[in-house]
Design a protein around this ligand. Sequence first.
Ligand code: HEC
Length: 203
Amino acid sequence: MKMMLWQKAMLAASGGVLLAGCSNFPARKPPVLVWPDMKFQEKYKPQMKSEFFSDGRVTRRPVANTIALETYKEDEAYSTGLNPDNTYVARNPEPLNKETLERGQTKFNIYCQPCHDKTGSGRGIVPSKAIWVPGNMHDERIVNFVDGEIFHVITNGRRSMPAYRFQIPEKDRWAIVAYVRALQRSWHGTMADVPADLREKVR
Ligand code: HEC
């Protein structure tokens, strides 16, 4: 059945009225709220001024000499890579096994590879597009770092390298350190490091 013109007009008009019910599109004033629900509440937002507290701040400071549970670290050396006397932790506290190395490899390839490339030489995709020179992890200076120093670099960044402590949990950072050690070892490896029965294949 063909629609008459007036029927079409009615349909369009009623559609318009229905849609207008959903928003107050043509109106410039805020909608009339019959039930305001929780649209307006008495509340503080960050950085607002407070009449309640004597210092006028809404954002409260922690009570003096307290540490928030979620930032409390029982083992400082493990979480910072620094000993109490401010020297770098000498050895990786994580067990050096296949599981740690594989975890380190996965995380290295996610977080470090873009800049340092898969081998750690520092020729990743980021420096190929930007004037930015990541360190070569096979430089003697860096090979001579103790484990805690590499951990510290990942945790806090260094010079133009950004910090990764927020992205990478501590355990994974130590796993990456173990993997970086493996990369360095393989880079400076010789034929003598290859098991005798595999030497033919490598040559
Ligand atoms: C966004 C790029 C970028 C990423 C990602 C990155 N690095 Fe770096 N890294 C750099 C740059 C740039 C330098 C050189 C810093 C300098 O000397 O100014 C550097 C230097 C280093 C150094 C040598 C520090 C020194 O004293 O010279 C180490 C070790 C290192 N990075 C480890 C890592 C590890 C491990 C990861 C992964 C967790 C990582 N980096 C991820 C950019 C990056």
